[in-house]
Design a protein around this ligand. Structure first.
Ligand code: SAH
Ligand code: SF4
Length: 350
């Protein structure tokens, strides 16, 4: 993607309209371009029908539309998960995952190359921070998965319905580009994702959570907790020292009140670290007064951390304790582990 020209995937519908009007063309032409790019998911300006020739020339010379090239695609042994290694303009790479559950497709999308937050059990954290992705680079990943979902041979009817911003990176550390991408993806004249089916997962960047609430951003929010006391959490999530648990809970309550909705809490279950009965009771007590749903994710293996995943029986026991506090929870289906496409396994250096 070139930086010299605006990338069409990074412009909102209003910004595209302004640009095309500035060039002396009509709003209807801007609408055609928008639909071609976002509703039809096409990556060529030459094939847009009903445009004046002069506009096609301006678009070709003054904007970019290239998608991210696929460097490698890996398919899990059960065929339900496909991982794409995509190339960026500067030679860096990011990973995007297509997950197929009964009749629906979910895209797991990256918001940064690498991550600065350093969670010890996460492959992206282990690789360190490279750079923020642009809005266009985030949108391009989703369009790629939407097209790949349609081109799958065995299940012609499944379409992309859900997007989770849970790939590489911390979305609230790249707030502006991420939220601009979310708005483009939910634009009703484009891909038209339902905002509640677009879930942003954060490690707990408090200023970002407050901003989401103040701006009333309609997407769903997941907060990665992993520890129910400041001490347990800070041992595996270093940024808990910057954004302590007590303050994080205040921000989450503020978010739920202002948005009038619940939060998903994610908890990576690590044997002997955060999965005993005491941990479950602490979590239950912490969240008992909140509107919350807990997603329990048995640890996926990464090269830089030698923890062991909690056994499924212990995960069920953990869940049973949460239920005593009236706290609903789900043990996340393990997907794509054989191709390192599971939560926390994404890193571009394989
Ligand atoms: N940076 C954001 C989103 C990307 S990580 C965040 O941390 O929330 C997506 C989820 O995968 C987070 O809940 C994260 O804690 C979890 N995760 C990271 N490494 C993992 C691993 N090795 N096994 C299981 N889950 C992991
Ligand atoms: Fe970054 Fe999320 Fe991985 Fe932590 S878990 S290092 S915040 S991507």
């Amino acid at each position: 993607m070139t930086v010299a020209h605006p990338h069409l995937l990074g412009l909102s519908r209003a910004a595209l309209s302004d640009l095309i009007r500035l060039w002396g063309f009509k709003p209807v032409h801007a609408q055609r371009v928008w639909r071609h790019v976002h509703a039809h998911g096409r990556d060529d300006v030459d094939r847009i029908t009903g445009l004046p020739g002069g506009l096609i020339d301006r678009l070709r010379a003054g904007t970019a539309l290239a998608w991210l090239p696929v460097v490698r695609e890996t398919v899990s042994s059960d065929g339900f998960t496909r991982k794409f290694l995509l190339g960026l303009d500067d030679g860096r790479q990011v990973e995007t995952v297509l997950m197929r559950y009964a009749g629906r497709v979910t895209a797991c999308v990256s918001t940064q190359a690498g991550c600065a937050m350093g969670c010890v059990f996460c492959a992206t954290g282990q690789m360190g921070f490279e750079r923020h992705l642009t809005t266009a680079e985030i949108v391009a990943q989703v369009l790629h998965v939407a097209r790949a979902a349609h081109s799958a041979p065995r299940t012609p009817h499944s379409a992309l319905r859900n997007v989770v911003l849970m790939g590489m990176g911390e979305p609230l550390h790249n707030y502006d580009a991420t939220i601009a991408a979310a708005q483009i993806l939910c634009d009703t004249a484009g891909l038209a994702l339902s905002p509640s089916r677009l879930t942003l997962s954060t490690v707990g960047v408090i200023p970002g959570i407050i901003r989401l609430a103040d701006e009333r951003q309609p997407l769903s929010l997941a907060v990665s907790l992993h520890g129910a006391t400041q001490e347990t959490r800070a041992a595996i999530v270093p940024v808990a020292r910057t954004w302590p648990l007590g303050d994080l809970m205040d921000a989450c309550r503020y978010y739920c009140d202002r948005m009038d909705r619940h939060i998903f809490y994610e908890w990576t279950l690590i044997d002997g670290t955060n999965d005993c009965a005491e941990d479950a009771h602490a979590l239950g007590a912490l969240l008992r007064t909140q509107r919350a749903h807990v997603n329990l994710i048995p640890l996926n293996p990464t090269a830089g951390y030698d923890g062991t995943p909690t056994h499924i029986k212990a995960a069920r026991a953990f869940q049973a304790i949460l239920a005593e506090y009236g706290l609903p929870s789900t043990v996340r289906q393990r997907r794509g582990i054989d191709i390192a496409a599971g939560c926390g396994q994404l890193a571009a250096d394989r």
